[in-house]
Design a protein. Structure first.
Length: 393
């Protein structure tokens, strides 16, 4: 089915009369996906009704860019010249609707969803319409991917795990041959290896020692980096995908300690993170095949483990983020901390599970990638760290 048919099927399923999208200068990526990249300079509505042909409410100046065959095949044009005409067209066009979708989220907590401006939403609401969030249909468009894309993610995860091993091996070699390694050099080593394997990434990996790892987004630079020596803990967070627009990212974080054995405190904290990931994964296994599961629920499960261990104040970000052709994808996040994500966890989506403990003495994170298959079963595609790596063992 094409996208319009998919929307109509969803509207029928949910007993909703229409999806009303609003945009200005191509700021709404979903609307752009229906119309293509066009030089649109005035306010526009794209409306997909449950019954009848879809239509655009557009300014006369922009009709020159909306006259191609693909647009006319899928959309009627309702043209306005003045703002008064635009509002009147809205009144007349929406008069028969009761329940509609718009790109909003509860309390504006989901920025990837909340693209409809307040004034448009307020006006339509004053017409007597009940406005619901388009968040779940948006997820179907933006974050579900194909079997071929899933194969690209599995490949990327396998390569990332191999390069992770090589990075820790290089730290060991550096320590044994010269007495130290270096965050920035290891970061650049990972970047080079990704490129050699035909992979791309938006930013280079995070390599962070000790308390530097307590800043979740610290990253070494040529000007600001630290040596890696015996007795240091080392966090490596790395992400990349096979070159290509449709391919899917791998995003993993592993922990190491520069020594022959790992001190008990480091292993103790890591095991808290391991239990948190395992509990979240078990929750998904038990619940996803049987009911609607929303992103915030997974965050609650993961966070409860860290809190019960006494480290709740040091877990300062969401449990996980959507992964797609963008490492931080537009779909559901495992989040009841930064936001309250009530989007459904759908089949054929991927996301990270990455709890952290960012204490003042040293920071830790454990991260793997989860894919939800067609039968709503979770698959751990990003590997599974069982213990802190004793780098010099």
């Amino acid at each position: 089915m094409n996208s319009i048919e998919t929307v109509k099927s969803y509207l029928n399923e949910k007993n909703v009369d229409a999806w009303i999208m609003v945009d200005y200068e191509n700021r709404n990526p979903t609307l752009v996906s229906f119309l293509g990249e066009k030089m649109l300079t005035r306010k526009i509505f794209l409306v997909i009704p449950r019954v009848g042909k879809s239509y655009l409410i557009t300014h006369s100046i922009d009709t020159v860019f909306l006259s191609d065959e693909d647009v006319s095949k899928n959309f009627d044009l309702k043209v306005y010249h003045t703002w008064k005409e635009m509002l009147q067209i809205e009144r007349e066009s929406f008069a028969s609707y009761k329940n509609v979708l718009m790109d909003i989220s509860e309390n504006g907590l989901l920025p990837r969803v909340s693209l409809a401006d307040f004034g448009s939403v307020d006006f339509i609401q004053k017409l007597g319409l009940n406005i619901l969030s388009s968040m779940d249909i948006l997820s179907r468009f933006s974050s579900q991917f194909s079997p071929a894309a899933y194969e690209s993610q599995k490949w990327a995860c396998q390569k990332a795990l191999e390069i992770k091993d090589q990075a820790f091996a290089k730290i060991k070699e550096d320590i044994l041959t010269q007495g130290y390694s270096d965050e920035f050099e290891i970061q650049q080593f990972i970047a080079t290896r990704f490129q050699e394997e035909g992979m791309e990434f938006d930013d280079p990996a995070i390599v962070a020692v000790n308390e530097r790892a307590s800043n979740p987004h610290y990253g070494p630079t040529k000007e600001n980096h630290s040596k890696i020596v015996r007795g240091d803990s080392v966090l490596i967070d790395m992400w990349a995908k096979k070159i290509g627009k449709e391919n899917i990212y791998a995003d993993i974080t592993w922990m190491g300690y520069v020594g022959e054995e790992v001190p008990s405190l480091y292993e103790e904290r890591f095991q808290v993170l391991r239990r948190a990931v395992d509990k979240a994964f078990s929750f998904l296994q038990e619940n996803l095949p049987n009911r609607r599961v929303e992103g915030y629920e997974v965050d609650d499960i993961t966070r409860s483990v860290v809190e019960e261990a006494g480290y709740g104040q040091y877990f300062t970000h969401r449990t996980g983020h959507c992964i797609a052709s963008d490492v931080h994808g537009p779909g559901v996040n495992m989040d009841n901390y930064e936001s309250h994500d009530t989007r459904e966890i759908l089949p054929r989506v991927s996301f990270s599970l990455e709890p952290g403990i960012y204490a003042p003495d040293f920071g830790m994170r454990s991260e793997t990638d989860i894919y939800i298959d067609e039968n709503r079963n979770p698959v751990m595609v990003g590997g599974r760290q069982e213990h802190v790596i004793a780098i010099l063992k």
